[in-house]
Ligand binder design. Structure first.
Ligand SMILES: [Zn+2]
Length: 334
């Protein structure tokens, strides 16, 4: 167990057996750059996630559905039923979280460019059991340079706001020059539609590790926090797979100057806006993950303490999740 475990892991994944099958196909098609072989895509359960949390002494976990895979162009070409597949995977993850109510919360996910996107939000808004919405723009092959796609994303943010769903978004796209320009479009043309709802930018604006793309995007957010603090008050950044070398990705440790730049930006934005997360999949070990992440980040002791105690606002309401799952012992919700 960690000597000072994080209060929560804000970025974990479980997969259904069906998702494991689809992910295997997805990874084969995209190659190892998008699915590093050391990151497991094994089917797993809420119990596995709770076991991993217990071993590290972490109280709560945020499990993110990977249903968005169904909408990726690679899987789309396989002829699978996108809407039905997404729904089944979201049902699986929500069901697993609810059976460990109080320890796990579930974020459902979708592809913002698929025709079923708004229906999926409406469904979960009615049904309950989901805490929020996860989007993965790289998987969706979303492009901030397309005004039509940006309008679609804005509509998703507006729908999430109406459903009172916080949003976790993997912002990095497949654009080779992804960075500040994309983050600025997001800040100006998408984020305002969800005003009042917490938005968590996954991997500190990148895709895991620290790259020039991560630093460029995060730099745009740091500027926005300075120039328009009210508009960015609900923005959070998770550190899943950051800085990266410890996390089974096979990456080398980030160069010291990149690490220093990351820490400078974190301080400019405010450490209280950063959340610990791991991108955990079964059977990774959270104790070694956080031990190495802490050593690599090498923040001041009081900064790490703050980071470890930070939790997203959507966890503050205890076990109440959109009116469901009110029994902290894990009993029935509606
Ligand atoms: Zn993830």
């Amino acid at each position: 167990m960690l000597s000072q475990p994080p209060m929560a892991d804000h970025h974990m994944h479980i997969f259904s057996p069906e998702a494991e099958r689809i992910l295997e196909i997805f990874c084969r098609k995209l190659g190892t750059t998008k699915c590093p072989p050391t990151i497991s895509i094994k089917a797993s359960t809420g119990q596995r996630a709770v076991d991993a949390l217990d071993q590290a002494g972490i109280e709560r976990g945020v499990i993110l559905s990977t249903a968005y895979f169904y909408g990726s162009p690679e899987v789309g070409r396989l002829g699978v039923n996108v809407a039905a597949g997404m729904r089944r995977e979201n049902e699986y993850v929500v069901g697993e979280a609810r059976s460990h109510c109080g320890r796990l919360v579930a974020f459902v996910s979708l592809d913002p460019l698929s025709p079923n996107a708004l229906d999926e939000i409406a469904y979960w808004s009615r049904k309950g059991g989901a805490t929020g919405l996860k989007l993965h723009l790289e998987n969706s092959d979303f492009n901030f340079r397309s005004p039509r796609q940006v309008r679609k994303l804005a509509a998703i943010f507006l729908a999430a706001k109406h459903a009172r769903f916080p949003i976790i978004i993997h912002l990095q796209t497949r654009s080779l020059d992804y960075g500040a320009k994309d983050a600025e479009i997001f800040l100006k043309e998408v984020l305002p539609f969800s005003s009042g709802v917490p938005v968590q930018i996954a991997h500190a604006g990148g895709e895991g590790g620290i790259s020039s793309h991560t630093l460029s995007a995060l730099g745009a957010f740091a500027d926005a926090v300075t120039t328009d603090p009210a508009a960015t008050a609900n923005l959070y950044f998770d550190l899943a797979m950051i800085p990266g070398s410890a996390l089974g990705t096979g990456n080398l440790p980030p160069p010291p100057d990149q690490l220093a730049d990351l820490e400078k930006l974190m301080r400019k934005i405010g450490i209280n806006h950063f959340l610990l997360g791991s991108d955990w999949t079964f059977p990774s070990d959270l104790t070694s993950y956080y031990t190495q992440a802490k050593a690599e980040l090498d923040l001041k002791a009081e900064e790490w303490d703050l980071l470890a105690s930070n939790h997203a606002p959507y966890l503050l309401s205890g076990t109440e999740v959109n009116g469901t799952c009110k029994d902290p012992t894990g009993g029935a919700g509606q």
